[in-house]
Design a protein around this ligand. Structure first.
Ligand code: CQM
Ligand code: MG
Length: 352
């Protein structure tokens, strides 16, 4: 482990200084697209202003013989597009694949000035982040980049989950983490065949009434991802980085997608992935606090003065801890309002 004194030193001569804090930028939806797919690529100019993050995916879901086309497509699109306030991310191929090294070499050299974050899949431990950290520093120096590219880890192996805290703290570049439920399920030998979401077999049942075991007993489906998301949220919060729910593969089931996203939002995640245009507005709705919540939070903050003591508002006790929760909601609302004029108006209404 590096000494605390060296932690914020560049890892290559001429590389930009690492950031000391991860800036909070709205990232309610990380919209995935295949940069080698002409139909999807053609939609980029329309989609870019509607999403917080646009991610050119090079890894899974891109066929082996289309990897080069996807990489070249991303370079072309990044050079030709003005993304405005929208962040540009990529997911490179895994570090043990035949493509991961060339992805990093090409992208940092060609479009490093446009890329905000590189998502690294199948991160197993701090050693994977250390490898990427040094390589990025070398490439940034070579390309003459002025700001460091940040790194996002995909938590999708059992070993990655076991090492989640050390991954979160492995480098000042660590921007955040997403849950990768499909690979994680396989790695854990879970018996699901889905990409995220629940399963009807994972449930609890109410106790029997009398001798009859079969009737009058309600079942409640449980959240398969609660444990992992909660661990990821704690690891991220402890290291000042941002947690995200990942993909929801049942594109048609917009209702369950919204539920899964909302669970993650309530637990502390700042966003989720959209795999299809239909999921963009779901993520926007879920990861933007409701105007009533924002108005309530501001009311509590105003009533709590210097933030200490206890007061009663609408029959509910408020104190030093509730005002902190309210600040989380109000600060998120301010950050989102600065990006989204419709939200700014909704958050303002009723407060004047
Ligand atoms: C699901 C698919 C095949 C359905 O694609 P489709 O063409 O069958 O759907 P559609 O409803 O017919 O599409 C309508 C229109 O929207 C376009 N379109 C469709 N999707 C997009 C998009 N994302 N961005 C931009 N445009 C899109 C599509 O091209 C079409 O255009 P058209 O009207 O001109 O014909 C398609 O949406 C897709 O490929 N999405 C991305 C999939 C992806 O990135 N998967 C990897 C992430 S999940 C993952 O990796 C797991 C993880 C984390 O690693 C782990 O848990 O382990
Ligand atoms: Mg995966």
């Amino acid at each position: 482990m590096r000494s605390a004194k060296d932690f914020f030193r560049p890892l290559a001569v001429g590389a930009p200084d690492p950031v000391r804090e991860i800036p909070f930028r709205p990232s309610r939806m990380i919209h995935f697209f295949d940069p080698g797919n002409e139909k999807m690529a053609a939609k980029v100019p329309d989609i870019a202003p509607r999403v917080d993050v646009l991610l050119g995916n090079l890894e899974d879901a891109i066929q082996a013989d289309r990897k080069q086309a996807a990489r070249d497509g991303l370079v072309r699109i990044a050079k030709a597009t003005d993304f405005g306030q929208t962040q540009l991310w990529t997911r490179v191929n895994s570090l043990d694949s035949p493509w991961g090294l060339d992805d990093l070499l090409t992208l940092v050299t060609e479009i490093g000035d446009k890329l905000d974050v590189i998502m690294v899949p199948k991160v197993e431990g701090a050693e994977d982040i250390h490898y990427v950290d040094r390589l990025l520093a070398q490439l940034e120096a070579k390309a003459g980049l002025r700001r460091p590219i940040l790194v996002h880890a995909l938590l999708e192996t059992a070993r990655g989950v076991a090492n989640v805290e050390e991954i979160a703290g492995a480098s000042p570049r660590m921007q955040g983490m997403s849950l990768g439920p499909a690979d994680l399920a396989a790695s854990r030998r879970m018996k699901t065949t889905r990409v995220g979401g629940g399963h009807p077999g994972y449930l609890v049942r109410t106790d029997p009434v009398g001798e009859d075991l079969t009737t009058g007993r309600h079942t409640y489906q449980q959240d398969l991802w609660h444990y992992t998301v909660a661990r990821m949220v704690d690891a991220c919060a402890a290291h000042g980085i941002l947690p995200y729910y990942g993909p929801f593969g049942d594109i048609r089931d917009t209702v369950a997608c919204e539920d899964q996203f909302r669970n993650a939002f309530l637990l502390g995640c700042v966003g989720a992935w959209s795999l299809h245009p239909v999921q963009i507005d779901i993520a926007r709705r879920v990861f933007s606090p409701a105007p009533e919540e924002v108005h309530w939070a501001r009311k509590v903050i105003a009533a709590m003065g210097d933030g200490t003591g206890a007061v009663m508002i609408d029959g509910k006790m408020q104190d030093d801890a509730t005002v902190k929760q309210c600040r989380v909601v109000a600060e998120l609302a301010d950050a989102l309002a600065a990006r989204d004029p419709e939200l700014a108006a909704a958050y303002k209404e009723g407060t004047e």
